[in-house]
Ligand binder design. Sequence first.
Ligand SMILES: Cc1cc2nc3c(=O)[nH]c(=O)nc-3n(C[C@H](O)[C@H](O)[C@H](O)COP(=O)(O)O)c2cc1C
Length: 199
Amino acid sequence: MHYDPRQNDHGLPRDPFKALVAPRPIGWISTLDTAGRANLAPYSYFNAVSDRPYLVMFSSFGRKDSWANAEETGEFVCNLATYALREAMNATSASAPPEVSEFDLAGLEMAPSVAVRPPRVAASPVALECVTTKILPLQDAAGEAARYTMILGEVVHIHIDDAIIRDGFVDLARAEPIARCGYMDYAHVDGLFSMERPK
Ligand SMILES: Cc1cc2nc3c(=O)[nH]c(=O)nc-3n(C[C@H](O)[C@H](O)[C@H](O)COP(=O)(O)O)c2cc1C
């Protein structure tokens, strides 16, 4: 089959797009609002986009709290969502009023960050502390404004749980990250294979 996604005439019961660019890593974004209240939410339009400097991005459908906080305070933290934390991650996607912290909602402990003010998720084995570098409004091929905005940040401090380091390498299967597939589906990394790049 093939179809024009702008017409959405795929004839399937649900839009398959998110199942086609998958699995997507989940940026579990912690921020503080200007009043210092903690916020936490998952974003699967998330990725690393540079390692010189270290840059990550997440993309927000409208001005959600994570975007507003990352813009207004200039800081955010990306926590790794793992299989063990899957229910808590999902719980933090609820739209809670600003006075309710998703940390409390999901029964998660905060741990202090080193270089930025937003806390990280204590139980997450990896956290990337970020300084916001750009708020990028997205657009389509005709220049029409998209409903998503990309938030980019430079990673200025990194936490790795020693338990997932083996022989000097990060053993990702020990962390068991989860990733977003289409529909209600997720994947989890529990095995890896290696390949050398051609010379
Ligand atoms: C696994 C997962 C991935 C998500 N990815 C995104 C995303 O990429 N962009 C987005 O706008 N919302 C995404 N959401 C929905 C947000 O997490 C949700 O709207 C949340 O309430 C936003 O919280 P905030 O307003 O505190 O930022 C996702 C939800 C889940 C469960």
